[in-house]
Design a protein around this ligand. Structure first.
Ligand code: CA
Length: 246
């Protein structure tokens, strides 16, 4: 494959350095493929083929991102993720899970443990790189905008005005409940990121009210309807949760 066929320019971290990526994958062929593709995008790649080795390298090298296969010999990917997210030193490192068919339940657990994203196998190198770059980019955006009235998210013709707690489509305010507003705001803040129903419940109700998965689905239907043509930006990810289209 020629250089031109691979995606665009290389990416750097917020500090302007080459991103350091830890690849955790026990299948040698796949590990080689990942190393090859990430290295040619200008990333520094280190690899681990077990959960134990992954934990060791993560603590030692503090990479900018960890690409983590879930099915590993010994300590599995979910336990690696849980351990890293529980340690102060490593808890801020973005984790992208590599998942196999039928692992939807594990994906949900992983996202709730704090993983940032997941990539289902088999994947195309192009998709893989795009997802990794998106996660690195988000990780570099350390300071979210503050609530100062100027604080708006624009998504095409839709404006989410956090200062005024208002959503406008082509300048016309639309009538949302407080919960619908919080739901839309949560998802639109991180386009492409999948939120599980449990994460949505905790974020919009502070985990206080007794809200069920089903009520999240009901709110989502209502919100999509109110957004009209723009409702399709709210995507259902089967077996996992919801996301705002990237
Ligand atoms: Ca594996």
């Amino acid at each position: 494959m020629s250089q031109a066929m691979m995606s665009s320019k290389s990416i750097t971290t917020a500090s302007g350095n080459k991103p350091h990526v830890l690849v955790v994958e026990d299948e040698q062929d796949l590990q080689d493929l990942l190393r090859y593709n990430l290295t040619r995008e200008g990333m520094d790649v280190i690899c681990a083929d077990s959960g134990e080795r992954a934990l060791e390298l993560a603590r030692q090298k503090l990479p900018d991102l960890i690409l983590l296969d879930l099915m590993l010999p010994g300590v599995d990917g979910l336990n690696v993720c849980r351990t890293l997210k529980n340690e102060a030193e490593t808890s801020g490192i973005p984790v992208v899970m590599l998942t196999a068919k039928g692992e939807e339940a594990d994906i949900v657990v992983g996202l709730e443990l704090g993983a940032d994203d997941y990539i289902p196998k088999p994947f195309s190198p192009r998709v893989l790189l795009a997802r990794i770059k998106a996660v690195l980019r988000r990780a570099g955006e350390i300071n979210p905008p503050s609530a100062d009235g100027e604080d708006c998210i624009n998504v095409g013709d839709v404006v989410i005005d956090r200062g005024r707690h208002e959503v406008r489509i082509e300048d016309d305010p639309i009538d949302l409940t407080a919960t619908e507003f919080r739901l839309l705001n949560l998802l639109a803040t991180r386009p492409g990121r999948v939120f599980t129903r449990q994460q949505i419940i905790e974020a919009i109700h502070g985990g206080l009210a007794a809200v069920t998965d089903r009520s999240v689905d009901v709110q989502m239907v209502a919100l999509r309807r109110k957004l009209g043509d723009h409702g399709s930006n709210l995507e259902t990810v089967r077996g996992v949760g919801y996301r705002f289209k990237e």
